[in-house]
Design a protein around this ligand. Structure first.
Ligand code: ADP
Ligand code: MG
Length: 468
């Protein structure tokens, strides 16, 4: 039961959320506030700092991977042979190099998991004891369409207001919006031609439009840079190449920002593919470019969890820190070395499916298989199709209670929180010029829900409480 005081807080927060532009469309087209939490997430300062410190080296890793075309081709081409969507993406690669500048705006998502650790260090008070500790576990790094810089910044403002009214604990200052917009403006200025625009590639029926419009508005107010919104299909009809530049509706495009183009739905017909190819053939600065999008694929994530592969891209010190955050990842044709001897993935999963997530090469939520759904799917996967999937250990996030506000209704639930760090990295011909951590995102969802989408209604945006 909610007290009158709680009811007033919830009502007031909902009105403020709408006032701040924390909005979304329901499927029926009705406008409501985006789901948000009124229980800022609590974590330890050391884990928070480690997460923030890892952003810059993770960006460097992604830049290096994206420059290694042979590495990407080696791991992705075999999958493209059986996955038409991946094949289409690879076919967008242009023969000549037309771009020298890369801007990466990514979000690196983690859970904080409780893990039992065996301490075999002699001379330690806990020697030979099993201790439980909170550790970081990476879910995935999103190189394309890392969403929520606007809505998240606004929720921080809203939670700050409620703190100042003594209604919420103090939260950690966070403004990914400014950092992302500054990076776009810097890239537009760096393009070398004056009076250019930023092109935003959008989905035909976008639900998370306010996060995008808020960002575009900020770019316009702060830097007087205009944006043009188009689907890939529209680029085919409205775009052209002029002396290597992408020109849309008569305006030269300095930067192309993808908030679409990562799912087959964004390519309803051949025209969209041609639109994507046109952008690729121009010298516009793409956020991200195709190689960077491919570097964020789940197959690449899986191979990078191998120490010997990672060693080709980062120092031993950084590799050690990355490896500590990686959940175990496997392929479906792998032999599992278990206490019961060597078994196939299928055999192992028949008893342990609840401990895994099966992922195809897709982005954007709703594509993964959890627990018993893995077992239902497995028999239909042909041998040659196995390589299109990666198998990831399910991360057991530390649960906590949270007051969740979804479409005007509030409820306290047993939840888990996924924390993302925004990273921004600008590079020229593979050389990093600017690299920074740009703040955080928290998505809090009921513990028994698998997927994490905010606009799909699964998760609530949240902030992090200040450390004591
Ligand atoms: P997508 O590209 O669809 O966003 P993700 O790998 O981020 O794919 O998975 C979607 C959601 O599924 C995540 O936000 C998270 O809530 C959940 N999830 C993914 N991997 C794991 C995992 N290993 N353990 C627990 N939950 C996971
Ligand atoms: Mg994700």
């Amino acid at each position: 039961m909610q007290t009158q005081e709680q009811k007033d807080l919830i009502q007031n927060a909902i009105e403020q959320a709408k006032l701040h532009g924390i909005l979304k469309y329901l499927t029926e087209g009705e406008l409501t506030h985006a789901p948000f939490s009124l229980s800022p997430y609590t974590m330890t300062e050391s884990v928070f700092e480690e997460m923030a410190e890892l952003t810059v080296p993770f960006s460097e890793l992604m830049i290096r991977v994206s420059r290694n075309t042979d590495f990407l081709a080696h791991h992705l081409e075999p999958i493209a042979a059986i996955d038409p969507f991946l094949k289409m993406l690879l076919d967008c690669r242009s023969k000549e190099i037309t771009q020298s500048k890369q801007l990466l705006v990514h979000r690196n998502d983690f859970f904080i998991a409780n893990v039992k650790q065996y301490n075999d260090k002699q001379n330690s008070p806990t020697a030979n004891k099993i201790t439980e500790g909170a550790v970081l576990r990476q879910v995935e790094l999103n190189t394309v369409s890392a969403s929520f810089p606007f809505l998240m910044t606004r929720l921080n403002q809203l939670h700050k207001n409620l703190f100042e009214q003594n209604k919420l604990p103090e939260v950690i200052q966070n403004n990914p919006l400014d950092a992302v917009v500054d990076a776009f403006a810097h890239a537009v200025k760096n393009y070398g031609i004056s009076d250019c625009v930023m092109l935003v590639i959008v989905q035909p029926d976008e639900k998370n439009i306010f996060d995008q419009l808020g960002l575009e508005q900020h770019l316009s107010v702060k830097y007087r840079i205009a944006t043009v919104r188009k689907t890939l299909t529209e680029i085919h009809t409205d775009g052209k190449l002029r002396q290597g530049n992408l020109v849309v509706d008569g305006k030269t495009v300095a930067v192309t920002y993808y908030r679409a183009g990562y799912t087959p739905d964004d390519f309803p017909a051949q025209e969209a593919f041609k639109g994507r190819q046109l952008i690729e053939a121009s010298s516009t600065i793409q956020v991200p470019d195709l190689a960077m999008q491919l570097s964020g694929m789940k197959k690449i994530q899986q191979v990078l969890t191998k120490k010997e592969v990672l060693a080709d891209f980062v120092s031993a010190e950084i590799s050690g820190r990355f490896l500590k955050t990686f959940a175990k990842m496997h392929t479906l044709d792998e032999i599992f070395n278990t206490s019961e001897g060597e078994v196939s993935a299928a055999e192992w999963l028949s008893k342990h499916a609840d401990d895994y997530v099966l992922k195809p090469q897709r982005e954007g939520g709703g594509n993964n298989y959890f627990g018993s759904d893995i077992l239902k799917l497995l028999p239909s996967i042909k041998k040659e199709e196995q390589k299109a999937y990666v198998l990831m250990e399910k991360i057991q996030a530390v649960p906590h209670s949270s007051l969740q506000v979804v479409n005007g209704q509030a409820e306290t639930l047993n939840c888990v929180s996924e924390i993302g760090r925004f990273g921004i990295c600008f590079a020229e011909n593979g050389e990093v010029k600017n690299n920074l951590d740009a703040g955080y995102l928290v998505r809090t969802k009921a513990k028994n829900v698998n997927e994490g989408g905010v606009c799909a209604g699964f998760a609530c945006l949240n902030t992090i409480a200040r450390f004591d």
